[in-house]
Write a protein that binds this ligand. Structure first.
Ligand SMILES: Nc1ncnc2c1ncn2[C@@H]1O[C@H](COP(=O)(O)OP(=O)(O)O)[C@@H](O)[C@H]1O
Ligand SMILES: [Mg+2]
Length: 360
């Protein structure tokens, strides 16, 4: 998939901009505070209806305004031109795709697959398991068509169990929900492991191209998997009753990232972590393409521009080989040799240069 036209209204400093993106690498450069990250934030919003920089929507809407809008035309891999847009006010979000109102965010995430890497993303290696579950869910929703339904059913069964535990129900009433959770958990764990195996294979290749060292991704299901989940739940029922929620199961799963046998988050330098995260991003892109036939659009905020020349060149070549559309931000235009589209952002205005102008 690729973006063609993008229009952004009232996203931070970008009060009104419009641009025509190119296939391949779009380099967005400009001074600090000019609005580069805001542009990536706007594109990301269209896909996920959330910001990668803040949880509070009012931070994103231009001060003094009451709503934001991002509209785009995308070219799908089967060559259809489709319009999509998101409008958010303080109270509601409206998303449209191909003339229809999108009610489920998971549908829009699939309509417009976007992979993002920002300096904040390195937190994946060090943050809480919750962030990694969100990361894994994004991938699973894309590559495993049945996953969303299994995941929702599991959440529903767990909510029933929690309610019953809180109301002091007898074990007979709870056991049915525990069995359902167990069957669904088995399914979630198996499909997550299978996807992560594919990802790991690709990740090994991607990382090899940029730095030495062995990588490993390990999934932990969220309970002692030597026993079925329903047995674990039966054992922890009394304690769960006391705290009022379910403490075991794939809603507590984690994905651990290793580098040379150690937790990547503890041993990688900042520079190495950047390479690690870019390699992971490229691997994710390949897995999504293998499984769905669609290549996600790649957004990289700052991280790419901060690599040394050699690493940057290898990564740029890899992006070009993959034929993915990307938007890369940088404080300067030094990387213009790699790009197909060049945009200069200045105080919330954006100007496109043709490559001939850029070479002058
Ligand atoms: N809600 C908002 N309304 C107006 N301006 C904002 C808002 N939030 C942030 N800004 C401003 O937007 C500018 C651009 O930010 P950003 O996109 O992060 O710049 P860059 O990535 O180019 O350094 C900053 O100067 C910031 O102060
Ligand atoms: Mg920025």
């Amino acid at each position: 998939m690729q973006f063609e036209r993008i229009e952004v209204t009232n996203v931070r400093v970008l009060t009104s901009i419009r641009l025509h993106a190119e296939p391949g690498m779009n380099l967005v450069y400009g001074a600090n505070g000019s609005g580069k990250s805001s542009l990536l934030e706007a594109i990301n919003l269209l896909s996920r209806a959330r910001s990668f920089r803040t949880r509070r929507l009012k931070d994103v809407i231009t001060r003094g305004s009451d709503h934001l809008q991002v509209a785009a035309t995308v070219l799908t891999d089967d060559q259809r031109h489709i319009a999509s847009g998101i409008e958010r006010s303080h109270s509601e979000t409206r998303i449209k795709y191909n003339g229809d109102v999108v009610r489920l965010m998971s549908d829009q995430v699939r309509n417009i697959p976007v992979l993002l890497l920002a300096p904040e993303s390195q937190g994946l290696l060090t943050d809480t398991p919750k962030e990694r579950r969100r990361w894994l869910n994004w991938l699973m929703f894309h590559v495993e068509p049945g996953y969303l339904s299994t995941w929702s059913q599991y959440q529903k069964a767990m909510r029933h169990r929690n309610l019953l535990l809180r109301s002091g129900a007898s074990p007979v009433e709870v056991v049915g929900w525990e069995r359902s959770m167990s069957v669904l958990a088995e399914d979630m764990v198996t499909s997550s492991r299978s996807m992560l195996e594919k990802l790991q294979q690709q990740f090994v290749n991607e990382l090899q191209a940029v730095m030495p060292g062995a990588v490993k991704i390990q999934y932990e299901g969220g309970w002692d998997e030597t026993q079925p989940l329903d047995e674990a739940l039966a054992q922890s029922r009394k304690a769960d009753m006391r705290c009022g929620f379910t403490r075991r199961g794939p809603h507590r799963a984690d994905t651990l990232f290793y580098y040379d046998g150690h937790f990547a988050g503890s041993v990688l330098s900042r520079g190495q972590a950047k390479l690690y995260m870019i390699a992971l991003l490229l691997a994710q892109s390949c897995v999504v393409q293998q499984c769905t036939g669609t290549r996600p659009v790649i957004l990289i905020d700052d991280v790419f521009a901060e690599l040394d020349n050699g690493a940057r060149e290898r990564m740029a070549n890899r992006l070009a080989e993959m034929e993915a559309q990307s938007f890369i931000t940088s404080a300067d235009s030094n990387m213009q040799a790699y790009c197909t589209g060049l945009f200069h952002v200045e105080q919330g205005r954006i100007e496109k240069y043709t490559m001939a102008e850029a070479e002058e």
